[in-house]
Design a protein around this ligand. Structure first.
Ligand SMILES: [Zn+2]
Length: 340
């Protein structure tokens, strides 16, 4: 959308829609209305995309305008009014204007769970090994047979548990305000549970920004098929492969070299043959330059340093060895037939 002082032009799909608005008469009116509700301002009215009628969530386009919508706030239970005006994206608001900071988050959270329970499908982002640029799993749409909501799995209570067959299991966390913390990820690791996180609030904001309106069908589409607002919290297969690679990796000693007034660190016998000696008694043998090759190498796990005690602390001195898996073959991509 292009905005100027007096009018804005909206390109929407293949057809062009022109809106002309004159704000010149009163300078106070120059503020162009934003379709995006302002959630960062405290005390600003909350825009709610879904209202609760009985136990069912209704989106704004499914209900009549005003109080006739007969919906209640999913967070506090207060009466809602359906606002379907021309200026802002259609939304529900509290009839009595009560402050309800959780209304948006709660309604998105409930709706996302309802969608997953019904659809039992989710597209997941690709999985990359440590420092790798080609994925071991491609981004794919996964289908599941069973859904469990808010149930204990050891010490973890994920929002959604998707299951297929005996072994295939994926946890889905719906985030609306806070991303999952380190403690949660640690628990997932401990129990070997693969989990993705979906940012429902980011989807909501993106939809309103892109289309100027929020439609439940678009939300469902992006929630299931979108990849941008999803990330892996933990992937069990990835961790297993990386663990194996680390076990099999080699510690290659680093040699100090002083040449023409410059200190250098080289790693003889680089399996990827980054460089070769051009002359001297090592002529033809491969090596790597620690800072120029190994530091950015995709097959390096770690650099081990000699340390010294300085002021009660171990501080790094000089590089001793490189933990490298360049001699191992690249792990094969893994099919989705196996457990996630
Ligand atoms: Zn409320």
């Amino acid at each position: 959308m292009f905005e100027t002082n007096n009018f804005y032009i909206c390109f929407f799909g293949p057809t062009k829609i022109f809106f002309f608005r004159t704000f010149t008469s009163n300078p106070m009116n120059r503020r162009t209305p934003s379709p995006l509700p302002n959630h960062s301002t405290p005390g600003a009215p909350t825009h709610i995309p879904f209202g609760l009628r009985g136990h069912q969530l209704f989106s704004i386009e499914e209900v009549p305008r005003g109080l006739a919508c007969d919906c209640r706030c999913p967070a506090c239970g207060a009466q809602l009014v359906a606002k379907k005006g021309a200026r802002q994206a259609h939304h529900f608001a509290h009839y009595r204007g009560s402050a309800c900071p959780d209304a948006l988050e709660t309604s998105l959270h409930l709706k996302a769970k309802e969608i997953f329970e019904r659809v039992r499908r989710v597209a997941v982002p690709a999985v990359f090994l440590h420092r790798q640029t080609s994925p071991i799993f491609d981004a794919q749409l996964l289908r599941f047979e069973r859904v469990r909501l808010e149930q204990h799995l050891g010490s973890v209570v994920p929002d959604i548990i998707l299951e297929a067959g005996q072994k295939k299991r994926l946890l889905v966390e719906i985030t609306v305000s806070h991303s999952s913390g380190k403690a949660k990820i640690r628990q997932l690791k401990k129990q070997g549970l693969s989990a993705i996180e979906v940012d429902a609030l980011a989807i909501y904001r993106q939809l309103i920004q892109d289309f100027g309106q929020f439609r439940a069908a678009d939300f469902e589409q992006v929630l299931i098929h979108g990849l941008k607002q999803k990330r892996w919290l933990f992937n069990d297969k990835q961790q297993r492969i990386e663990y194996k690679l680390r076990k099999q990796s080699a510690e290659r000693p680093v040699k100090h070299r002083y040449f023409k007034g410059y200190h250098g660190y080289i790693v003889p016998g680089c399996p990827l043959e980054k460089r070769r000696w051009g002359s001297g008694f090592r002529q033809g043998e491969p090596y790597a330059n620690l800072w120029q090759d190994c530091l950015y190498c995709h097959r390096r796990f770690d650099i081990i340093y000699e340390t010294a005690l300085a002021g009660f602390e171990e501080v790094r001195q000089y590089p001793l060895a490189v933990v490298c898996w360049g001699h191992l073959p690249l792990p094969r991509a893994i099919g989705w037939a196996s457990s996630v």
